[in-house]
Design a protein around this ligand. Structure first.
Ligand code: PRX
Length: 660
């Protein structure tokens, strides 16, 4: 890991952000009606964090009340020890017992313009049927189920059905390749894969079933593939392998209307595994469990988005990422919210699709990513201007630092200055938002995540473990456990311990750099490890490097993230071809596709530079920092420790000539 306070990248980010002095306090009207309007909540939670989290647990229905709020044997946490509950019961059944039974749970919009509304009562029926199908296929408590799906209601239904019977799910984002799907199925030991005959994206069908077929050819634990019919045979025929592949609708018709009682599960029963990139080539399966996760996801959802009974809430993420798990499925349904779900692209059929959806359903809360906002900015304000967005009252961002310019544009052209913006910082590992404004209390500053959520204690440390001075960058850490934290890395507890808990013993290392300003506001500065953030998608440099070196023409590769005005970071690769290979455009194109095949389109390198050698220290460590300096046009740092200092100037020349 590089030292954030010494890095030229971070200090230039800090310099730019120090010029940001605008403040946006909540309006008196907003505060008067806000769910959380008493600032003393921060102090109360600080004085008695366990008491705070104990009280928060009352928001759930427990089959058996827990005995102890937290058992902490660093880094191993158990929350709500002894409690028994079921996430599906909390997300569905308990609402059906109230007037909410006919409240819209899912308001779904397909990309071609078809739509479906499922009430909580409908959701209850569908989840039960799905759970019955899972049982029919031999899935039982503890078995893992993989999902490789488009954004259709059956994805949310399927997850809740798994939760109902205690089968942990693992969702693999539909943009990942068959190899990525295969590796995640194998790592989790999935028994079943749920997919669809396709999903709509920009007018085309994403061939999810074909990709699944390629993956499951090499997944010994997978017994069946359950296929949801989304597009139908007139659009796309899929091949069904006799005995292995089953149509969901056929099986659902067979099991009929069945009620599957929700399994009373231990508070620490695994709810799901979510894979995320780290600093090695192998993604880490973050394990989230039931009680603590559900408390964290639902409380943050209600407080941060100021959720009211009549809100229409839309999070534009894909359920294939943690954002979709916590803030499309588990948080919102546990809170009995009406959730908008959209299948497709923001520019289909035209660039106003999001605003059309906001207007069509009267969306009141919108949660999206800075990359999307920057894309909308580029498309122009005429698109949102075509629609009535006056229902919007709270807007969120997540996934990467938001630049103040994009924040201001969001505020002006989408929220029309009426809707507070919550810039929410968190991670796959944290399960819930940890740094964020509470919209009725906190005056926001464009680009700042403001303060840790009540009950969360954060700090920013230097290399020696001391808190850094005001406006100085350092490593962001979380100082005490929180309920939705990842419990371990699936199958590799040692790695969990090593990655997060050893750098500063007993403190959680986020891998992000941050600074605090003179008012105590947190400003996130991006990753300080070898993890990239491209359009809010997390990708490890090592994953891309391993993909590149698996190509027969490649001897060596180094990958870095270069700042990109649209995607935040862009993947730039420096590749040394094997002798006899000519570094030409055809090879470049081939390498790009090779990475896509190994990982998925989200990891396609934006630029590939060929070099005769890579800059290395005398101990043969690739100096990515120097490559980053070259790519960002910075003055080169110290090169005296390099094996061959001339290499850098050669690469620099080549970089600048092709940049031209
Ligand atoms: O670098 C931080 C960035 O995204 C990383 C987590 O990525 P992932 O696990 O894929 O989860 C994304 C959605 C929660 C973090 O380490 N990040 C996330 N939100 C923000 C952010 N950076 C700055 N500001 C944010 N609001």
């Amino acid at each position: 890991m590089s030292a954030p306070q010494g890095s030229s990248e971070q200090s230039s980010t800090i310099d730019a952000l120090l010029q940001e002095t605008r403040r946006f306090p909540p309006s008196a009207e907003f505060t008067a009606n806000a769910n959380v309007r008493d600032p003393s909540v921060y102090q109360r939670a600080k004085d008695d964090p366990e008491g705070f989290w104990a009280e928060a647990a009352n928001r759930l229905d427990w089959f058996q009340r827990w005995e102890k709020v937290l058992e902490w044997d660093a880094p191993w946490a158990k929350w709500y020890v002894g409690g028994k509950l079921n996430a599906s019961y909390n997300a569905v059944d308990r609402h059906v017992k109230t007037w909410r039974r006919n409240k819209a749970a899912i308001i779904w919009e397909g990309e071609p313009g078809d739509s479906r509304v499922l009430t909580y009562r409908d959701l209850y029926r569908e989840v039960n049927t799905f759970a019955a199908v899972l049982k029919e296929l031999g899935v039982s408590k503890g078995d893992r189920v993989a999902f490789y799906m488009p954004m259709i209601p059956e994805l949310a239904i399927g997850l809740l059905a798994c939760a109902r019977i205690g089968a942990p799910h693992t969702v693999i984002f539909g943009g990942f390749s068959s190899e990525a799907l295969r590796d995640r199925c194998n790592d989790s030991g999935a028994k079943l894969v749920v997919t669809a005959d396709g999903g709509w994206r920009r007018g085309n069908v994403v061939p999810l079933k074909d990709t699944t077929d390629a993956a499951v050819a090499e997944t010994p634990t997978v017994e069946h593939v359950l296929v949801v019919q989304r597009v139908g045979p007139s659009v796309r025929e899929v091949t069904m392998q006799e005995g292995r592949d089953i149509w969901y609708h056929e099986m659902a018709a067979k099991v009929g209307r069945k009620i599957i009682e929700p399994e009373p599960l231990d508070s620490e029963h695994p709810l799901y595994i979510m894979y995320t990139s780290g600093t090695t080539g192998k993604p880490k399966g973050q394990l989230h469990t039931t009680g603590g996760y559900l408390v964290g996801a639902s409380l943050t959802h209600e407080w941060i988005f100021d959720l009211k009974e009549d809100d229409i809430y839309w999070c534009t993420a894909d359920i294939g990422w943690v954002t979709g798990h916590s803030y499309i499925v588990y948080g919102p349904f546990t809170n009995g919210a009406s959730v908008v779900m959209y299948e497709g692209a923001p520019d289909f059929p035209d660039k106003d699709r999001f605003w059309d959806i906001v207007e069509k359903y009267g969306v009141t809360i919108l949660y999206t990513a800075p990359t999307s906002i920057r894309t909308f900015m580029r498309w122009g304000e005429q698109y949102p201007a075509m629609h009535d967005l006056s229902t919007l009252r709270v807007m969120g961002t997540v996934g990467e630092p938001i630049n103040p310019e994009a924040w201001m544009w969001y505020n002006e052209h989408i929220g029309h200055g009426r809707a507070p913006i919550v810039d929410t910082w968190w991670q796959t590992e944290t399960g819930m938002i940890l740094i964020t404004p509470l919209p009725g209390i906190v005056a926001t500053k464009p680009g700042s995540g403001t303060f840790p959520f009540p009950g969360i204690e954060a700090d920013i440390l230097d290399e020696a473990g001391n808190p850094v001075p005001v406006n100085t960058g350092g490593n962001l850490v979380i100082k005490r456990p929180w309920p939705a934290m990842s419990r371990t890395i699936w199958g590799d507890p040692e790695r969990y311990k090593r990655t997060y808990w050893e750098r500063y013993p007993g403190l959680y290392l986020t891998g992000d750099g941050a600074r605090r300003d003179e008012d105590g506001y947190y400003w996130l500065l991006g990753r300080v490890d070898d993890v990239l953030n491209v359009s809010g998608h997390r990708i490890g440099t090592m994953e891309v490097e391993s993909a590149l070196v698996s190509h027969p023409a490649v001897a060596e590769a180094a990958v870095i993230g270069a700042s990109d005005p649209l995607t935040g970071q862009a993947i730039v690769a420096f590749v040394t071809p094997r002798s006899g290979q000519s570094p030409n455009d055809a090879l470049q194109a081939d390498l790009r596709e090779h990475v896509v095949k190994h990982i998925g389109a989200l990891a396609r390198p934006k630029k590939i530079y060929f070099t005769t050698e890579l800059p290395k220290t005398r101990s043969a460590k690739i100096m990515r920092r120097l490559l980053r300096d070259i790519a960002e046009g910075r003055v080169l740092g110290d090169t005296t420790t390099l094996l061959d200092p001339n290499i850098v100037s050669q690469i620099k020349e080549q970089y600048e000539s092709t940049e031209g």
